[in-house]
Design a protein around this ligand. Structure first.
Ligand SMILES: *[C@@H]1O[C@H](CO)[C@@H](O)[C@H](O)[C@H]1NC(C)=O
Ligand SMILES: *[C@@H]1O[C@H](CO)[C@@H](O)[C@H](O)[C@H]1NC(C)=O
Length: 226
């Protein structure tokens, strides 16, 4: 667990200590989880892509499923199983609502959207999704407003926080009935990490967390906290 804690802290250190939110694209059908994020200026949103060739693309509230010129856009990112090796990371530069959808044909119409800092009433996610039904959807190929970088999932859901014991991480992963490929990788990484690089020796762990960032970030974190 120690190695994973170092990895997480190292990742946070590289993105300037602002809050980071993880959004999973397509893990549970045509949806982002969470689909609502309340972020402050300077916070970072990391979108993790599950199979389905999804995108995270910005539209206005008034034109759901259509890209804004020079808006935030990941382009399409696919995965064979679990999270793709690259995530889309973008920074929140103001507190205006940011409406994001999947540009894959039909996905936005099926409700695949999330909103950063939605208003309490009026232009809500629900209203957006209602207006999106029947729209085809598209996304530009050019990445804009953020970057595609090696995937690192910091969220707590199954991969344990830095303070939890390996036992609880394993139990959580084993107990879940869906997402078995990702859960299995999590279990392998959690239970197999004896030494600093223990988690990266298994191929499933390497593909899930990324061997390269682990090798780059662990020394950085070691330096940072020494
Ligand atoms: C936020 O500002 C930075 C720096 O000016 C810029 O690179 C980035 O694209 C902006 N993010 C968004 C989502 O527009
Ligand atoms: C995390 O666990 C939930 C159930 O607790 C499961 O639905 C989901 O697929 C799991 N996610 C990953 C990445 O394993």
């Amino acid at each position: 667990m120690r190695s994973y804690a170092l990895l997480s802290l190292g990742a946070l250190a590289t993105i300037a200590r602002s809050a980071t939110f993880d959004v999973d694209a397509g893990e549970h059908g045509f949806s982002y989880v969470p689909d609502t994020v309340k972020a402050a200026v300077g916070d970072t949103i990391n979108v993790h892509f599950y199979p389905g060739d999804h995108s995270a693309t910005q539209s206005t509230f008034g034109s759901p499923c259509s890209p804004i010129a020079n808006g935030i856009n990941s382009g399409f990112v696919n995965s064979d199983s679990g999270q793709a090796s690259q995530m889309f990371s973008f920074k929140v530069n103001n507190t205006d609502p940011i409406y994001m959808y999947c540009g894959q044909v039909g996905h936005c119409a099926a409700g695949m959207a999330f909103v950063v800092n939605p208003p309490a009433t009026g232009d809500t996610l629900e209203a957006y999704q209602k207006a999106a039904s029947g729209k085809s959807g598209s996304a530009p190929s050019a990445v804009n407003g953020g970057v595609l970088i090696a995937n690192v999932d910091n969220d707590d859901d199954n991969s344990s926080s830095s303070s939890s014991a390996s036992g609880s991480a394993t139990a959580t992963a084993t107990g879940s009935s869906t997402g078995s490929a990702a859960a299995a990788s999590t279990t392998a990484a959690s239970s197999g990490s004896g030494g600093a690089y223990g988690g990266s020796s298994g191929s499933s762990a390497a593909s899930n967390f990324g061997l390269v960032p682990m090798m780059l970030l662990a020394p950085l974190a070691a330096y940072f906290f020494s």
